[in-house]
Design a protein around this ligand. Structure first.
Ligand code: PLP
Length: 393
């Protein structure tokens, strides 16, 4: 039975702070830290590179983690590539696809910079990029994606959940539209995997990028790139671990996933990520979603009732709540929340300047929720923001 009060004992940092910044990074449960400590204390060695027992044990744990993560996202083992984060995963697609001048990418203005800059840079190769303008609440109509696609479009790259608005995109429908038009689709799932049921097969996307340190409650420096077709991109980096055979001046690539995992990877991180998806599965993703979204809706509703507070985003939202106190700088409000009540929220542009600019504001304050947050923390946030709004404006 999912109980956020019970699970807080797994997150010692929460004893002291009101942590409402899970969209930036989540707290890591003790069990995940312990799995990483076990690696260092009990069997540390390199992955896939040795016959001795520690190398074998390390390789087994690393590959078990791949099995666990692949199962968690609904994908197959060979198609689940470990990366450093969402940003690296998206860049691997942008740099690994075979582009010709005149090819076209459709994305949106509600993206994180990590799902915009890699496409914009392709303009240097003559690739054209169209960024669709979302609705004022940060949702994107699949029909608008359809209209932006041309006969030259090769890829539609879109976020599942906006880290600025908390809006949820219909990535399944958008992928259908992309495929109907003969294009591929990439889903930036940084803010969705672990926060809501997620299945790459159901969405049917060609590429999915995610970080381990957000909804999956894993360590920083871990991420995943899911490839529907492992031959659809070329590896960006080559080196140890990526080749099957080497003849001195020629080489044959390893099969996936090895060909994409160059050099010594973040072994303890990946092992921690394997443990973290087991942990999240144990809590139950649907219960997590129900709980987090109820907190988000409650926070959004009550904040919007405060005089001089503006809340952005759709009513039907993920657990990401952007707001402003009219007349106050978002960073100042975030500092006051921290200094007075140890409430940790994010403020500013959230690495998504075009998205925040749609709101015609110079940044927002963002409260975002995790499985471990409590209704009392929403009460504290709302009361403190109300005090700030009444005394300082
Ligand atoms: N995409 C979205 C929607 C995000 O919210 C973030 C980070 O907040 C990223 C991409 C980039 O994630 P990372 O910094 O882990 O690569």
């Amino acid at each position: 039975m999912f109980n956020p009060t019970d699970i807080r004992k797994d997150f010692p940092v929460l004893e002291k702070y009101v942590y409402l910044d899970s969209a930036a990074t989540t707290q890591t449960p003790r069990q995940v830290v312990e799995a990483m400590c076990d690696y260092f204390y009990k069997y540390a060695a390199n992955h896939g590179r040795g016959a001795h027992r520690l190398a074998r044990e390390t390789t087994n744990h690393y590959e078990d983690a791949r099995e666990a993560v692949a199962g968690f996202i609904g994908g197959e083992y060979e198609h689940t590539i470990f990366t450093r984060n969402t940003t690296e995963s998206i860049n691997m697609v942008a740099l690994g696809l075979d582009w010709k001048a005149g090819d076209h990418v459709v994305t949106t203005h509600v993206e994180h910079h990590s799902n915009l800059l890699p496409w914009i840079r392709l303009k240097e190769k003559g690739v054209e990029v169209t960024a669709v303008t979302p609705n004022p609440d940060g949702t994107v109509d699949p029909g608008d994606i359809d209209s932006a696609i041309t006969e030259h479009t090769k890829l539609v790259a879109i976020t599942h959940v906006s880290n600025v608005f908390g809006s949820v995109m219909d990535v399944e429908e958008i992928t259908k539209i992309a495929h109907r038009n003969g294009c591929m689709s990439l889903v930036d799932a940084a803010q969705s995997v672990g926060h809501m049921p997620f299945d790459v097969k159901k969405i049917d996307c060609d590429f999915m990028a995610v970080s381990g340190h957000k909804g999956m409650l894993g360590p920083q420096g871990t991420g995943v790139l899911y490839l529907k077709d492992t031959d659809s991109i070329k590896p960006v980096y080559l080196g140890g671990g990526t080749i099957y055979a080497m003849t001195g001046d020629d080489y044959k690539l390893e099969d996936a996933p090895g060909r994409f995992e160059y050099g010594t990877p973040n072994i303890p991180g990946v092992i921690g990520l394997g443990r973290s998806v087991e942990y999240v599965t144990g809590l139950g993703v649907e219960d997590i979603q129900r709980h987090e979204e109820a907190l988000g809706r409650d926070a959004a509703k009550r904040l919007s009732e405060i005089d001089k507070v503006e809340v952005y985003g759709p009513q039907d939202r993920a657990a990401v709540v952007p707001f402003n106190v009219v007349g106050l700088n978002p960073h100042d409000v975030a500092m006051i929340l921290d200094e007075t009540r140890k409430i940790c929220v994010r403020s500013g542009y959230h690495c998504a300047i075009p998205s925040v600019k749609l709101l015609k504001v110079d940044g927002t304050i963002r409260a975002s929720f995790g499985a471990y947050n409590l209704a009392e923390e929403v009460d504290l946030l709302v009361d403190t923001v109300e005090q700030i709004a009444t005394t300082l404006t």
